[in-house]
Design a protein around this ligand. Structure first.
Ligand code: ADP
Length: 349
């Protein structure tokens, strides 16, 4: 019966019970003849006791609730309680305790979520720092090795001195590439990247990237071409410089992991509201077990070839971040020793 009562109802019940007990006592005294009291007096006593008890209980309960709620609110609300938060602000006709309980539950739930998010970020940070230091260790170690060997006398040996310097320089280049890619990843992951969405021709942009990568392609005798029939000049809406980076990374990979003397083909497919861009090579391909992790940070399917080619293991991770920031998708198909196809979609202008 006393479940889910409002404080006002509780005061009412307590007052009624108190008045009834007092009247019952008077009645007993009357019966035993110890005390003479008329019916009208009994009613008057009942009304008086009820009123006094009701008022006393009402204010006592309100004060008690106020003291408790104030403490709870101080804990669960970050902002200061308003200065006019006084006992008379307690709504005695509502189920105030249930309301507070609900607020505390919501507060606890939110804190739980905040806590889980903090845990996730902390573990992400730990992994990130672990990955980065692991990646930086090798080139630093190599540079140290070459320089100390040179200092220990190899500098005067014309057979090795240039070679060691070149290797040290190559490792320094790799350090720089890692740091640059890390900066890009950091911006992307911190969500700081503001997309500069414009309309442009994806075919023209691909031609520009072909031109930029011409020398690298020539060094491996890889031909960079458009697939037959992929001459449509689709206009897309995206961040041009970011998509340039996506094309750069994918086409550069097709050169690095493609067959020497092979071919990289770029094709465009009209998919109603978007365009699918695909970059295919006829190179080493990727073992199916690696496909699910390929876009992870620092993941390399072919470690030695990636390092030899100056890879950072961050290229595809950057591709994924950029494409997803455009709310588009990226995918890969590959058959070992036949080649790989990387595809991503873009919104049509
Ligand atoms: P990396 O700097 O090592 O090239 P990426 O993130 O660009 O890093 O690529 C991750 C890994 O995916 C590479 O190390 C390589 O093993 C594999 N990979 C990427 N592109 C291709 C491709 N076109 N053919 C075969 N393997 C590829």
């Amino acid at each position: 019966m006393f479940k889910n009562q409002t404080p006002r109802q509780l005061s009412f019940y307590i007052a009624a019970v108190s008045a009834t007990i007092v009247v019952a006592l008077l009645f007993l005294l009357e019966i035993t003849g110890l005390f003479r009291i008329s019916f009208a007096q009994i009613v008057a006593v009942f009304v008086l006791v009820f009123t006094v008890a009701f008022i006393a209980n009402f204010y006592l309960i309100r004060y008690y609730i106020f003291r408790r709620i104030k403490l709870i609110y101080k804990i669960i609300h970050r902002h200061k309680l308003p200065s006019d938060f006084k006992a008379d602000k307690i709504a005695m006709s509502r189920n105030i305790l249930d309301e507070v309980e609900r607020e505390v539950d919501e507060w606890a739930e939110k804190h739980n979520q905040d806590f889980e998010e903090l845990e996730r970020l902390a573990s992400y940070r730990r992994r990130f720092i672990g990955d980065v230091s692991h990646e930086l260790k090798t080139p630093i170690f190599n540079i140290q090795g070459f320089i100390h060997t040179l200092l220990d006398g190899a500098v005067n040996d014309p057979k090795v001195n240039m070679q060691f310097l070149q290797r040290a320089a190559k490792n320094a280049d790799r350090l720089q590439a890692i740091v640059e890619d890390l900066e890009t990843i950091n911006k992307l992951e911190a969500g700081q990247m503001v997309l500069d969405l414009r309309e442009f021709d994806i075919h023209d942009l691909t031609e520009e990237v072909f031109a930029d990568l011409e020398m690298r392609a020539e060094s491996r005798k890889v031909r960079l071409i458009f697939k037959e029939g992929a001459n449509q000049h689709f206009r897309v809406r995206a961040d041009k410089e970011n998509i340039r980076q996506v094309l750069m990374n994918l086409i550069h990979n097709s050169i690095k992991y493609g067959k020497e003397g092979g071919v990289t083909k770029v094709s465009f497919y009209d998919m109603e509201t978007f365009v699918l861009v695909e970059i295919s090579d006829n190179g080493i391909g990727i073992d199916p077990e690696h496909l699910d992790h390929l876009f992870d940070r620092f993941y390399r399917a072919d470690k030695s070839r990636s390092r030899d080619a100056g890879g950072t293991g961050l290229g595809l991770s950057i591709v994924k971040h950029i494409v997803e920031a455009h709310k588009q998708t990226v995918n890969v198909r590959s058959t070992q020793n036949q080649g790989s196809t990387f595809g991503f979609t873009l919104e049509k202008a």
